[in-house]
Design a protein around this ligand. Structure first.
Ligand code: ADP
Ligand code: MG
Length: 269
């Protein structure tokens, strides 16, 4: 990583065009299509979205509606056909591949349906991996990874290899691994999709509570209404458009999940 890359991805010293507001993420006129044979299939069309800092946003939508495509664009894993994505004032469109790599390391935590733990590394080493890739010091990384494992009730599983852990435990590791580098936001793409109901709830509650404690914005794709109900904001992808569904803080009468703390601060989109 060059010093230039380091500097341009520092949220305290943003460079280049600024987003019009100080929202964490701003999406303007986002379009994305894929080529299927000779046919171009539109997935996202003129999508606009503003995501404040420290909120949780649930993204709903039928299978194939473009949820993962949208998350991949926000996370700098793919590029749009047109439109802009600003994160903390940086325009992703203007990033080279190298700068996108730094952006992903510093800004984004990813959680997928599959845990993607490396099978020959212990739980602790897997959690530390993003810090290792980002070139962070081992001592500090080990301390943070250990604290995070304790926070999700896995302090005594540090030395376990992935095959020695249950599905729910592996997904809890994926949660803390995503938070290892103190990202600005977490993209969670159906993170509980492979779990039974009980473990899905445990993992989701840990995810919501850690993001709230760290002030980390979270975008969660889920089909589970009991999980999406925990989020501050709900949107749905339908017919290539992003539709606003609900803002719990502006509609206080909305039923909260029984499992959630009532301390969630008021936030506006
Ligand atoms: N790399 C790709 N090439 C071609 N088509 C793709 C690609 N990625 C996704 N698609 C298509 O785009 C649509 C949206 O996919 P996806 O974003 O994965 O949907 P969701 O996550 O909502 O289920 C699907 O029809 C899928 O087949
Ligand atoms: Mg998907």
């Amino acid at each position: 990583m060059s010093n230039e890359d380091e500097k341009t991805c520092n949220p305290d010293r943003p460079e280049g065009p600024k987003a019009p507001t100080n929202a964490l993420i701003e999406v303007h006129g986002l379009c994305k299509s894929y080529l299927s044979g000779t046919e171009r299939i539109e997935i996202l069309k003129d999508v606009d979205l503003t995501i404040p800092r420290a909120v949780s946003l649930a993204l709903l939508g039928q299978s194939g509606s473009g949820k993962s495509t949208f998350l991949n664009l926000l996370g700098g894993l793919d590029r749009p056909d047109s439109g802009d994505i600003f994160c903390a004032g940086e325009n992703l469109n203007q990033h080279s591949e190298a700068r996108l790599t730094v952006y992903r390391q510093k800004f984004v935590g990813f959680i997928f349906q599959h845990h993607y733990m490396l099978k020959d590394l212990t739980a602790l080493e897997n959690v530390m991996l993003p810090a290792r890739i980002a070139g962070k010091s081992r001592g500090k990384s080990e301390k943070r990874a250990t604290e995070l494992l304790h926070a999700v009730g896995l302090g005594d599983r540090k030395k376990h290899l992935p095959h020695m852990l249950s599905g729910g435990e592996r997904q809890r590791i994926a949660v803390v691994r995503a938070l290892m580098n103190e990202p600005q936001f977490v993209l969670a793409d159906e993170p509980t999709g492979s779990l039974d109901k009980e473990n899905a709830l445990i993992v989701a509650m840990l995810l919501f509570s850690l993001c709230r404690d760290f002030g980390t914005t979270m975008i969660l794709v889920t089909h589970d209404p009991s999980l999406s109900a925990m989020a501050d904001l709900q949107y749905s992808l339908e017919n290539m458009r992003l539709l606003f569904k609900q803002d719990r803080c502006r509609e206080p009468s909305t039923t909260k999940s029984e499992t959630e703390s009532s301390e969630s601060p008021t936030r506006e989109p």
